[in-house]
Every structure is written in C-alpha cells, then in structure tokens.
Ligand binder design. Structure first.
Ligand code: PMP
Ligand code: GLN
Length: 384
C-alpha cells in the first residue's frame, strides 16, 4: 500500500539527467542551477549568524528581518504594500511555498488549473491533496495564453489557477494583455491565483511586466511565490516565500506549519541582508544571463537546433527536428552519453498530448562552459 500519486512517479528528470551528466562526465545544461555561487557578503552574513546563533527554532512565519526585507523588496520593485506581520511567509524554498499554497488553497475534489508546459512539482502535489487538475496547454511556437483556452477550463468550480511567469521551461514572460485576460476570467469566478514568480528578475531585453497581483481586483486574489535561490544564485539554500493578502497567507501558513514549520535562521538572515544590500547582484545577473542566452542560442543554432524565443528564466528551448526524428527523451539520453552534454526533454512538462520534439538547455553557466558545450555538440552533430 502506498500513495499511488507518488508510487507511480519516476525520480524527477532533473535528478535523473544530473546523475547521467556525472556518470558520463558531461556538461550539465539540464538541471537549472548556476555554476557560480552568489554574493560572498550574503554567504558571510549567513555564516556569522551560524557561528554566533541563535541556532534554535526560528519563528514559524520566518524571521522578522527577512519578512521585512521581502515586503521592502515588493514595495521597491512593484509598489506593493505587504504587512510583514500578516502578509509575508518564509518557506523552505519556493517548492515548499508552492506545496503550502496548493495544500492551503485547494481542497479535495476542488479544481486547480495548471498552464502547460508546467513545472514538474505542481501536478503531483495537487493530486496528492485530492484536487482535480485541469490544464491549459500553450501551443508552440508562440505559447500564448488566450481567453478561449482559459474559459474552457476556468469556471465556478475552480479553486485556484497556478501561473508561472517567467515560465520554466520555455522562458515566456506573459505580457500585460495576457495577464489582464487571466485577471478578467478569474474575477468572474471565486478562484484565487498562485503566482510562481521565482524568476521575477530574470527577464531580458528590457521587459518590465508588472505582476498579476497589481492588476485591478487581483490584490485580494493572488499569492506570489518567490525564491532567494534564483535571485542570489544560491539554489542550494532553499529559502523561499509567499506574499499576498492576509486571508490567503493565513491559510497557506496553516499548511506550512505542518510541512517544515520553519527554515534555518542563518540562511534567512543571509537573504534578508541580500535583499536589502545586494540586489544589484541580481540586476547584474540578469544582464549576464542575457548575454549567455544569446551565446548559447547562436551556438546551438549553428549545430542545427531550431531555437525558440526566450524572454526570461535560466532556460532556452529548441526543436530537435532538424537533427533527428527520435523522441526528446531518447535524444537527451543519447546526447548526454555520446556527446557529453545534458539537456532536459520538454515532454516531461506535459501530462498528455506531449510534444516530443523539443529540449531545454540551462544557460546559467560560465561563458567558457557554454562554449565547451557548443563545441561538443558541434563535434558530435556537424559532419566534417
Ligand atoms: N518554481 C519554478 C518555476 C522553478 O523553476 C523552481 C526551481 N528552480 C522552483 C519553483 C523551486 O524553487 P526552490 O528551489 O526555491 O524550491
Ligand atoms: N527548477 C530546476 C529546474 O527546472 C530544478 C530544481 C530541482 O531539481 N528540483 O531545472
């Protein structure tokens, strides 16, 4: 006897491809993590706290310093006013923030709408709470969110819509019109929106799209999920948060208190310092990532991948049909072993009707690492 939701699942594709990358000495452009750690000053702030303490349970909602810094960041960048006491919750990574949000806001038998391609943790968590999962499938190559697609699944039975923008895996940043459409559709129902905005700053080409929660009527309907790992290139720290109206944050907090209860103090204080003193690191990271995106796109296009536009995130998506007719997963498993470059097959981000001709590359890597990956792909694919 076991929970069939989890018993039927494989190990995540990120762990699987990273293990293959290690086994085959491959360059890992699969799992999305930077190969350079974030600011030393942030790590020093955390290490001082680790040595000097306190080292016993921090408050369940998170350290006041971090909750204040999270509210300050939302005010500075989006003009949002969150009360650090009642409208900010610190979690152990965005993964926990999403889990607590789904558990808190969607009950057994209630409907949650996902937008596919969708990050891998959403569906199993929703299914494990007994929710009914509906999905909107974005169509390549434009991957636009349309009113008709939303209206087909969002209705009186919808408890929550989960939107991720910038969108992992395809790097879309939903524009103002798409968000306004979502707001309009949602406001005709009683649904709330869980906004996974972990890549909020990793947006390219000068785009500046205000978050859904700033749209008229949405302040009472949205919870925003953030991740310090993405902002400060410290993905191993697993510090995340939820911000939103008190009524929603309260119930998400009730779930959080029984998932992790809290998050290590030293890491919270390091990130509080980062949000207040080191946000320039994040803004520069965006510029760096944009040039890495361009370099990788140019390199893999020469190899024969058809590269799709990328407006944000760590990730670039490309079609493999110019190179092979095999499905994306078989292609990724062959290339990691034979060419020494790991990628992620896009089909894992879909439940049914999966496209099997696209792969995802992570470009949050040093320039020389990207250059070496391109060189390996050229050697393998381009006949001499
Ligand atoms: N949401 C998305 C879209 C992600 O890509 C990730 C992981 N990179 C997460 C949530 C989880 O973030 P964390 O590592 O802070 O748990
Ligand atoms: N979010 C990262 C990615 O998309 C992976 C995080 C994980 O391995 N759980 O690559």
């Amino acid at each position: 006897m076991a929970n069939p939701v989890f018993a039927s699942l494989p190990t995540t594709i990120f762990t699987h491809m990273s293990a293959l990358a290690v086994a085959h000495n491959a360059i890992n452009l699969g799992q999305g993590f930077p190969d350079e750690d974030g600011p030393l000053a942030v790590r020093e702030a955390a290490s001082r706290s680790l040595i000097e303490g306190p080292n016993q349970y921090p408050p369940m909602k998170g350290r006041a310093e971090l909750r204040t810094a999270i509210a300050g960041h939302a005010k500075r960048f989006y003009g949002l006013d969150f009360d650090p006491e009642t409208e900010v919750l610190v979690t152990s990574g965005a993964t926990e923030a999403l889990t607590a949000s789904i558990m808190g806001l969607v009950g057994p038998g209630q409907e949650i709408v996902l937008i596919e391609p969708a990050y891998d943790c959403y569906r199993p968590i929703a299914e494990a709470v007994g929710a009914v999962v509906k999905s909107v499938k974005l169509a390549p190559p434009a991957f636009r969110l349309t009113e008709a697609d939303l209206r087909a699944v969002v209705g009186p039975n919808t408890a929550a819509v989960l939107i991720n923008t910038p969108l992992n895996p395809i790097g879309r940043v939903f524009d103002r019109d798409e968000l306004a459409t979502l707001a309009r559709v949602v406001l005709e129902t009683n649904a709330v929106v869980i906004c996974d905005e972990v890549y909020e700053h990793l947006v390219f080409d000068g785009r500046n799209t205000p978050p859904l929660i700033t749209h008229p009527g949405m302040a009472e309907r949205c919870v925003r999920v953030g991740s310090a790992g993405k902002m400060f290139s410290l993905t191993g720290w697993k510090v995340g948060w939820v911000t939103g109206p008190r009524a929603l944050v309260d119930v998400v907090t009730k779930a959080h208190q029984f998932i992790t209860f809290t998050t290590p103090t030293a890491l919270q204080l390091g990130i509080a310092y980062g949000l207040e003193q080191q946000i320039d690191f994040t803004l520069n990271l965006t510029k760096e990532l944009q040039s890495k995106r361009d370099r990788l796109a140019e390199g893999i296009a020469k190899v024969g991948f058809e590269v799709l536009p990328c407006e944000g995130t760590y990730f670039l998506t490309a079609s493999i049909r110019g190179l092979t007719n095999e499905p994306d997963t078989a292609f990724c498993e062959r290339v990691v072993k034979e060419a020494g470059v790991a990628m992620i097959p896009l089909s894992v981000f879909y439940q049914s009707g999966k496209p099997d001709h696209m792969v995802r590359f992570a470009f949050c890597k040093k320039h020389e690492v990207i250059a070496e990956a391109v060189r390996r792909l050229e050697t393998y694919f381009v006949p001499r």
